[in-house]
Design a protein around this ligand. Structure first.
Ligand code: GLN
Length: 201
């Protein structure tokens, strides 16, 4: 079973640990750079991206994480985690930095105040049992405004892109860890297994 870390500086860490275990992974919380060693993958949870960014820089995790991403570590970012995987962001805090990795522009809080939170049944490409819709929960969610040619769009709500994959990097605007449908985590665990079988150069 692959060993998957959950970045545990802020956000809904516990729910991701449980979902990953249910999806067949071993898990570890990550708060310091040495805890990145030996991981087959990492989840960046939802929460507040500005806080996750600030704490990662304080804890010395920002640079090591950027390096791991560049060398092919599978990373899944949900909501605030999606923001942190974007190469470019809109409506970020002035000082906000992302880890980057996915060639996309993500707008924070993109669905507006009136619809702070909502749920939607989505078709998500690449999931097991693909005909069955995925009940997606959005909480002050970001959306993908544009994406480069290497970015695969996995799901949309109306016109808005809300799930993407680029190589070993996966990102969703929504929170699959708050439901008991673990297919998004299963997809990520599969990406981790495949990356372990064929390590990046
Ligand atoms: N709006 C938050 C942010 O910008 C993300 C919300 C979430 O992760 N549920 O970081």
């Amino acid at each position: 079973r692959p060993l998957v870390g959950v970045l545990a500086v802020q956000g809904d860490v516990r729910e991701h640990l449980a979902a990953l275990e249910a999806a067949g992974a071993r898990t570890r919380t990550v708060r310091r750079p040495t805890e990145l060693d030996g991981l087959d993958g990492l989840v960046v949870p939802g929460g507040e991206s500005t806080t996750i960014d600030r704490l990662c820089r304080i804890f010395g995790l920002h640079e090591p994480l950027r390096e791991r991403i560049a060398s092919g570590l599978p990373v899944y970012g949900s909501c605030a985690g999606m923001i942190q995987l974007a190469d470019r962001i809109l409506d970020g805090h002035v000082e906000q930095q992302t880890f980057g990795g996915i060639d996309m522009t993500v707008r924070r809080n993109a669905f507006g105040r009136q619809v702070d939170s909502f749920e939607s049944d989505l078709h998500v490409e690449g999931l097991r049992d693909a005909g069955r819709p995925f009940r997606a929960v959005f909480i002050r969610a970001p959306r993908v405004e544009d994406a480069g040619p290497d970015v695969q769009v996995l799901a949309r709500v109306d016109d808005a892109v809300v799930a993407v994959r680029q190589g070993n990097l996966l990102a969703t605007s929504f929170h699959p860890e708050v439901t008991d449908d673990h297919r998004v985590h299963e997809l990520f665990v599969r990406i981790c297994e495949q990356a372990r079988a064929v390590p990046a150069a």
